[in-house]
Design a protein around this ligand. Structure first.
Ligand code: ZN
Ligand code: ZN
Length: 395
């Protein structure tokens, strides 16, 4: 392990990391609109003299740092740059200056920390062989940023052998990190069910196929999928978030549109649920003389840490932060599109604790109150740089 002095080195540049994070935080940008954020990333890379490609997946940037000891393996570190359509109420003095847009998932911190890790790695390039790729991606929040970066070639030339990322975790104390093998985050899918019946006068139901009644039956039938078809020891959720049908009290609706999402930590179960949503919706509609069309869009697979890479990342963090700082954490049912990278490349995601000891309750991500304890910034920065150095210097 070569990471012993890295935490101190990260603390020495902590003010720069925090300054970048606050600048990004106060100018949040939605998916594929990360122009200022991408520009800041490019400026910092230029200042450091690190070569990069830009314009991948619109605003994405990929930088490469080559070790002075020659050819070797290639490791990828990822940060995401996009914000969320949320009106900030965190009360921090560097809060969003853009109404209705907020960094409520910590991507401002992820980007600033990866820039900090770039500095640490550049300063140590005489000590490793091979290449570190720094992936600054757009549109993590359900808009396909990672798959578009993969299509644009981020995992090739040179081919990536291992991939790591971190994500802030609001219910984990600042100072702690967590990395476990196996599924860490759910797969997620968004679906739309469109039911087509036949409209008519409220007083003449015999001439119609009522899309409201058919839709109601579809809603109830879908409730049985998780309740009756999923092993109770497994994790899955199916939520129907919207149901829209009809315009008037005395007109039988010809159409109903239901939108929902499924989540599961298990890839096979996830595919089973996708298939069964189609079968149940179309089967119930057909039995009631209507038709149902199911569109599944925006699939993100479960995020699964490779067992040996997770242990590698955890061991690196233990050597850097001390054994007590690396703790166990349960999987969450959120989704994260770093899962697309981990489908192809062995790697792992680290949870970075960001809950301040001054807060009685965690400040949850994806809420207007989200905030993070900035004392975690040098910890995350050094953890990213540390695992890269450990990986590229190992025998
Ligand atoms: Zn998020
Ligand atoms: Zn996120």
């Amino acid at each position: 392990m070569v990471s012993a002095d890295l935490l101190g080195a990260a603390r020495a540049i902590e003010s720069q990391i925090a300054e970048d994070r606050r600048r990004i935080h106060s100018h949040p940008e939605l998916a594929y609109e990360e122009e200022e954020t991408s520009s800041l990333v490019r400026t910092r890379l230029e200042e450091l003299g690190i070569p990069f490609l830009s314009g991948l997946a619109k605003t994405g940037v990929v930088a490469t740092i080559k070790g002075d000891l020659g050819d070797g393996r290639c490791l990828l570190l990822r940060a995401d740059m996009d914000a969320l359509p949320i009106d900030e109420r965190s009360g921090v003095r560097f809060a969003s200056q853009i109404p209705g847009v907020m960094h409520a998932c910590g991507h401002d911190a992820h980007t600033a920390m990866l820039l900090g890790a770039a500095r640490l790695l550049l300063d140590r390039r005489t000590g490793f062989a091979g290449t570190v790729k720094l992936m600054f991606q757009p549109a993590e929040e359900g808009a396909g940023g990672a798959p578009r970066m993969i299509e644009a070639g981020v995992l090739t030339d040179p081919p990536v052998d291992a991939a790591f990322a971190l994500h802030v975790r609001p219910n984990l104390a600042a100072g702690k990190v967590s990395c476990s093998p196996g599924p860490q985050l759910a797969g997620a899918d968004v679906f739309t069910i469109t039911i087509a019946g036949r409209g008519g006068h409220a007083a003449e139901p015999q001439t119609t196929v009522d899309a409201v009644v058919v839709g109601a039956q579809v809603v109830l039938a879908l409730q049985t999928l998780v309740a009756r078809e999923v092993d109770p020891k497994a994790s899955a959720v199916l939520t129907l978030g919207t149901f829209n049908a009809g315009e008037r009290f005395n007109v039988i609706a010809d159409r109903a549109v239901i939108k929902g999402t499924i989540r599961s930590l298990d890839s096979e179960l996830f595919l089973h649920l996708e298939q069964r949503i189609r079968e149940v919706a179309t089967g119930v509609a057909s039995a009631l003389r209507a038709t149902a069309h199911v569109d599944l869009i925006g699939r993100c697979p479960p995020l699964v840490n490779d067992a040996s890479m997770a242990e590698y990342l955890a061991a690196s963090a233990r050597s850097l932060l001390g054994p007590d700082s690396v703790v166990a954490a349960k999987p969450e049912m959120w989704a994260e599109d770093f899962a697309f990278v981990l489908e192809r490349i062995p790697g792992a995601m680290l949870w970075l604790g960001v809950k301040s000891s001054d807060w009685p309750q965690p400040k949850a991500i994806h809420t207007p109150e989200f905030d993070l304890d900035e004392s975690a910034l040098p910890i995350g920065t050094s953890a990213l740089a540390g695992v890269a150095l450990d990986y590229l210097t190992r025998a």
